[in-house]
Design a protein around this ligand. Structure first.
Ligand code: IPM
Ligand code: MN
Length: 353
C-alpha cells in the first residue's frame, strides 16, 4: 500500500518520540514493500507560539490529505498555571478530534510479563488481564453547551441517539473480534443522558446475540477495574467517564509510558500514545518511545496489516525482554538506554527480522 502519513510531533517529548515512531514506520514499510511519505504539521503550544492557534487550518488540511495521523503529545506548563489563558494547547487536541470526527477512541490495557512487578496491583490480579476501553470522543460534556460567570457555571452532557448508536456498535464490533463480552458503562441511576445510553444499549443488544452484554455504573466499574481487571473484555462509555476510566486502566499495567491509542471516525484516523508531553524531560533523550511505536502497530492493524503490526509488537517485546529499556522501566542496575538508542535497536530488529 501507498501510505501518506501526517506527522504531528507537538510539544515536550513529542518530537523525540515522534522521530522513533517515524523511523519504525519507515523500517516496517521497507520490509513489507509499502511506500510511505510523511507530511509534518504543527500543533499544541508549539503552534500557539508560531501562529497563535493550537490546531491551525493548515494542520487540519494536512490531516485531511493523509491516510493516517501519527500524533505525539501536546501541553506546556506555561499554560497550566494560567486559568485565564485564552488559548490552550489542549484546545488543539479537542479541535482535531471534532474537526476530524474522531468519535471512537480505543485505549487498550495491555500487560507485559516482564513488567508485571511494576503494577500497583498484585501480579496475580494483573497477569492475563487484557481489555480495551472505547471512549466516545466528540460528544458529552466536553462539547455540550457551557456557561461560566463568577457565581455559576455549567457544562451540558448532551448526547443524541445517532452518536450513542454508532459508538455502541463500535463496541460490539470490537467485542466480536475479541472475547464476545461488552460492558456498557454509564450512570443511569442518576443521569438522563446515561439512561438514553442504556436504552439504546438494550435495543442494540438484540442484534448481537453472540456477545454477552453487561451494564455497569461508572462508580462500580472504576472499583471492578482494580479489583478484578480480568473481568473486562471491551468497555464502551461516554466521553468524560472514558477519560477517567482510561487513566485508571493505564496504570494497572504499571507502565503508562507503554500504552498506545487509536481515534477513528468520519475522516483520517489518529494514532497516539496515551501519555502526555512530559515537558520536564524535553530534550533529555529519556522518554520511553514504546507507546508511540505501539501506536504504529495500531495504525497497521487499522489498515488490516496484521503481519506488520505483529512485527512491531515482537520488536517491542524483544526490546523489553533483552533489557533495552528507557529509565522508567529499567530494572535496578540495568543499562539505561536513551529514546534514540531504543529506537535504533527496534529499527535494527525489524530490518533483521
Ligand atoms: C486525554 C486527555 C485530554 C482529554 C485532555 C488533554 C484534553 O486527558 O486524551 O485523555 O481530557 O480528553
Ligand atoms: Mn485523559
Amino acid at each position: 500500500m501507498d501510505f501518506k502519513i501526517a506527522v504531528l510531533p507537538g510539544d515536550g517529548i513529542g518530537p523525540e518520540i515522534s522521530k522513533v515512531g517515524v523511523d519504525v514506520m519507515t523500517a516496517v514499510c521497507e520490509k513489507f514493500g509499502h511506500k510511505v511519505t510523511y507530511e509534518y504539521a504543527i500543533c499544541g503550544a508549539d503552534a500557539i507560539d508560531k501562529v497563535g492557534d493550537p490546531f491551525p487550518e493548515e494542520t487540519f488540511q494536512t490531516c485531511l490529505r493523509a491516510d493516517a495521523v501519527l500524533f505525539s503529545a501536546v501541553g506546556d506548563p506555561k499554560f497550566d498555571n494560567n486559568p485565564t489563558a485564552k488559548v490552550r494547547p489542549e484546545q488543539g487536541l479537542l479541535a482535531m478530534r471534532k474537526k476530524l470526527g474522531l468519535y471512537a477512541n480505543v485505549r487498550p490495557m495491555q500487560t507485559f510479563k516482564s513488567l508485571l512487578h511494576k503494577s500497583p496491583l498484585r501480579p496475580e490480579l494483573v497477569d492475563g488481564a487484557d481489555f480495551i476501553t472505547i471512549r466516545e470522543l466528540t460528544g458529552g460534556m466536553y462539547f455540550g453547551e457551557k456557561y461560566q460567570d463568577n457565581d455559576k457555571a455549567y457544562d451540558t452532557n448532551y448526547y443524541t441517539r445517532p452518536e450513542i448508536e454508532r459508538i455502541i456498535k463500535v463496541g460490539y464490533e470490537y467485542a466480536r473480534r475479541r472475547n464476545h463480552h461488552l460492558t456498557i458503562v454509564d450512570k443511569a441511576n442518576v443521569l438522563a443522558s446515561s439512561r438514553l445510553w442504556r436504552q439504546i444499549g438494550q435495543e442494540l443488544e438484540k442484534e448481537y446475540p453472540d456477545v454477552k452484554t453487561d451494564y455497569m455504573y461508572v462508580d462500580n466499574a472504576s472499583m471492578r477495574m482494580i479489583q478484578e481487571p480480568k473481568f473486562f473484555d471491551v468497555i464502551v462509555t461516554e466521553n468524560t467517564f472514558g477519560d477517567i476510566l482510561t487513566d485508571e486502566s493505564s496504570c494497572i499495567s504499571g507502565s503508562m509510558g507503554l500504552l498506545p491509542s487509536a481515534s477513528t471516525g468520519d475522516s483520517t484516523p489518529v494514532f497516539e500514545p496515551v501519555h502526555g508531553s512530559w515537558p520536564q524531560a524535553k530534550g533529555l533523550n529519556i522518554a520511553n518511545p514504546l507507546a508511540q511505536v505501539l501506536s504504529d502497530a495500531m495504525l497497521f492493524e487499522y489498515f488490516g496489516m496484521q503481519k506488520e503490526a505483529d512485527l512491531i509488537r515482537d520488536a517491542v517485546d524483544a526490546s523489553i525482554d533483552q533489557n533495552v529499556r528507557t529509565p522508567d522501566i529499567q530494572v535496578e542496575g540495568g543499562a539505561k538506554y536513551g529514546t534514540k538508542e531504543v529506537g535504533a535497536w527496534l529499527v535494527e530488529y525489524i530490518q533483521k527480522a
